[in-house]
Design a protein. Structure first.
Length: 246
C-alpha cells in the first residue's frame, strides 16, 4: 500500500484530471474530487485502475466545509492520510466589474479561495503530526497580472498566491512545503468561452511559444513540485509559454 496519498480537487476534467492521472501513475493513491461531472470522474478512475493505480472518486463542493471534512475522512479510511494536497478546484466567468452580482462575487470566493482554505485545514493535522507533507495551490497568471473582465477571478487567484506564500513561511519549520502553480492560457473547457478564433490569435500574437498550454504540461509542473523540488517552498511556478516574462 502506497504511503503517498494525494487529494486533487476539481479533478474530473482539465488540469485537475491531468494532475490526478500523473500523480496516480507516479505511485500516489489519489482521490479524484468533483462537484458535478461524476461521469468524467468515474471514467478517469476506471482508466487509472485499469493501469493498476489506486484511486477513489468523491463528490464534494469545496466551498462546503462539512463536505470537505467528510471527503478527507473517507480518504483517510480508504487510502490513508493525505500527504499531498493539490488545491485546483476553481470556477470562472467573464463580467464587466459593474455587472458582477454580490451572489457571484461570494460564490467565486467561496469556491476558489475558501475551498483552498477548507482543504488545507482539513489535511493539515496529519502533516503537522508527521512533520512532513506538501501542498500545491493552483493560481493563474491573472492572479499576478490582473485581467480585464476577470476581476473576481483574478482577485481570488491573487489571494491564492498570498495564501501559498504565507502558509509556506508558517509551515516550513514543521517540514511542510507549500508552493503554487500559475498556469497561463491552457487548452481546457474553461477557456473555450473565448472562442477558437480568439484563442488562436492569442496564441499566435501574445504567447512567445506560439501555442496554448496543455493540461498535461501543468500536471508535470505539479508533479515536479511534489516530487523533485524537495528544497523549494513558498514559490510560484509560472507556466505560461512566456506570456509574461520578467
Amino acid at each position: 500500500m502506497s504511503n503517498k496519498v494525494a487529494l486533487v480537487t476539481g479533478s474530473s476534467r482539465g488540469i485537475g484530471a491531468a494532475a490526478a492521472a500523473a500523480l496516480a501513475r507516479a505511485g500516489y493513491a489519489v482521490c479524484i474530487n468533483y462537484i458535478e461531472r461524476e461521469d468524467a470522474a468515474e471514467a478517469l478512475a476506471a482508466q487509472l485502475r485499469s493501469e493498476g493505480c489506486r484511486v477513489i472518486t468523491q463528490q464534494a463542493d469545496v466551498a462546503d466545509r462539512e463536505a470537505v471534512n467528510a471527503m478527507v475522512a473517507r480518504i483517510e479510511r480508504e487510502l490513508g492520510p493525505v500527504t499531498l494536497l493539490v488545491s485546483n478546484a476553481g470556477i470562472a466567468e467573464q463580467h464587466l466589474f459593474q455587472d458582477i452580482s454580490p451572489a457571484w462575487w461570494k460564490r467565486i470566493f467561496d469556491v476558489n479561495l475558501n475551498g483552498a482554505f477548507h482543504c488545507a485545514q482539513a489535511v493539515l493535522p496529519h502533516m503537522l503530526h508527521e512533520h512532513a507533507g506538501c501542498m500545491i495551490f493552483v493560481s493563474s497568471i491573472w492572479g499576478s497580472h490582473g485581467a480585464s473582465c476577470e476581476t473576481a477571478y483574478a482577485a481570488t487567484k491573487h489571494a491564492i498566491v498570498g495564501l501559498s506564500r504565507s502558509l509556506a513561511a508558517e509551515l516550513a519549520p514543521s517540514g511542510i512545503r507549500v508552493n503554487c502553480v500559475a498556469p497561463g492560457v491552457i487548452d481546457t473547457d474553461m477557456v473555450q468561452v473565448l472562442g477558437r478564433e480568439t484563442l488562436d490569435a492569442l496564441a499566435a500574437e501574445e504567447i512567445p511559444l506560439g501555442r496554448l498550454g496543455r493540461p498535461e504540461e501543468i500536471a508535470r509542473a505539479i508533479l515536479f513540485l511534489a516530487e523533485e523540488a524537495s528544497y523549494t517552498t513558498g514559490q510560484v511556478l509560472q507556466a505560461d509559454g512566456g506570456f509574461f516574462i520578467g
